[in-house]
Design a protein around this ligand. Structure first.
Ligand code: FES
Ligand SMILES: [Fe+2]
Length: 399
């Protein structure tokens, strides 16, 4: 993030702390409870956001070397995301051009060729059919017409984008806009190393998981013995960038940092930035690395979802943690303790509360959910979500 913007945000938080104020959306909004439970709405979301929208599928560090690959099953049909021998990021439908079988079953690995388990047709990671068994008996085919279906893909600022629709387009000017493009260019996310992955399946709509990251109003209650010890609750800054948003959460470390000269202030020392990358990604840079949270519906249901969380660290942080060794109490090094603590809060506190909300919303006993003046990220997310589905904006109710 640019230094000027870091200081603007830090000063904004400090002035909120001093005045005992918070970011203010100027009113409240109400969203119908069936936003989270309606099957018809869910079908529309699935088609619009998961089958036909550019997706962040991971970070550059997920594919650490040429010929590395991952398979992705989150969009209903399987996808291979791979680096070719030159290191270029590419994506393909994981569908054999012979009779449609899934070519690669492994979740991740390093290989330059994918061989279909059905009849053994083999493709390289540049998408070409390079061989098929018993070609003299099978018959002559034009191999150039039997390559894998390539999907639009893009690697930039350390993020990996794939479009699940082969005729889709990934346009970062449109998706991020000038300001967020400029901001992402100023971070070092391309250096992040994948260190740990976790996933939590929860009985809740996928958007409830996203909502839990959208405010700090709940910190002093739900997280009173965990996050609230390290964060000033109900104090944040918010900015939107096209369909995306960025919350700046206020760490208690800001109290010591503000005594230092401004040129030594660092955004990740005094705060936790939380990027909302539309439609289903939460990305949080930390001093040591970053956490990427991807939210997906499960089993074609508005009532089930999975959060896939990837933890990344910079090489210097990994080297320093290795030197420090493991703590006798936890048996983990400081970075391992960090992702264990994060997982414990998300899984055991946020998602438990969000699943409880889902149950309540699904009971039919609540007509609307209400987002307060101090929750502007949720106003922006839900209005953006509605606009993307062709629905009317939620009116701002003065309060
Ligand atoms: S379906 Fe893949 S080789 Fe036949
Ligand atoms: Fe939370």
């Amino acid at each position: 993030m640019l230094k000027e913007e870091q200081n603007r945000l830090l000063k904004g938080l400090i002035s909120h702390l001093d005045a005992n104020t918070n970011v203010d959306a100027g009113g409240i909004v109400k969203t119908p409870a069936d936003t989270y439970t309606c099957e018809e709405r869910f079908d529309l979301e699935w088609k619009t956001f998961f089958k036909d929208y550019p997706q962040i599928v991971g970070m550059s560090g997920d594919l650490a070397e040429p010929n590395s690959f991952v398979t992705i099953e989150d969009f209903g049909s399987s996808i291979i995301a791979a680096r070719d021998p030159q290191g270029k990021f590419r994506a393909y439908a994981n569908v054999c051009s012979h009779r449609g079988a899934e070519i690669e079953q492994e979740k991740k690995g390093v290989k330059s060729k994918f061989s279909c388990p059905f009849h053994g047709w083999t493709f390289n990671n540049e998408g070409d059919l390079v061989g098929y068994p018993k070609s003299d008996q099978f018959g002559k085919i034009d191999k150039d017409c039997y390559g894998l279906t390539e999907l639009p893909s893009l690697e930039k600022y350390g993020f990996l984008w794939v479009h699940p629709n082969s005729s889709g387009e990934i346009n970062l000017d449109e998706l991020l806009g000038d300001k967020l493009n400029e901001e992402f260019a100023a971070w070092d996310f391309d250096k992040l190393v994948l260190s740990h992955e976790d996933e939590y399946q929860t009985d809740m709509n996928w958007k409830l998981a996203i909502d839990t990251f959208g405010e700090t109003y709940h910190f002093s209650v739900l997280h009173k013995d965990s996050l609230f010890q390290a964060f000033h609750g109900n104090c944040q800054m918010f900015d939107s960038f096209k369909r995306n948003g960025r919350l700046i959460l206020c760490k208690r470390d800001i109290d010591a940092m503000r005594e230092m000269p401004e040129e030594d202030w660092k955004i990740c020392t005094g705060t936790l930035p939380v990027y909302y990358l539309f439609p289903n990604i939460i990305f949080m840079p930390t001093p040591e690395g970053a956490f990427l949270v991807k939210e997906y519906p499960l089993e074609d249901s508005p009532h089930k979802s999975v959060s896939k969380i990837s933890f990344y660290f910079y090489p210097e942080a990994l080297a320093a943690a290795k030197k420090m060794g493991v703590s006798p109490e936890t048996g983990q090094n400081p970075l391992e303790e960090l992702y264990t603590a994060f997982g414990n809060v998300i899984r055991d506190e946020d998602y438990v509360a969000a699943a409880s909300s889902h149950k309540g919303l699904n009971s039919g006993n609540l007509e609307f959910l209400t987002f307060g003046r101090n929750e502007p990220a949720l106003h922006h997310y839900h209005n953006t979500y509605r606009e993307a589905l062709g629905l009317q904006k939620l009116p701002l109710i003065k309060s």
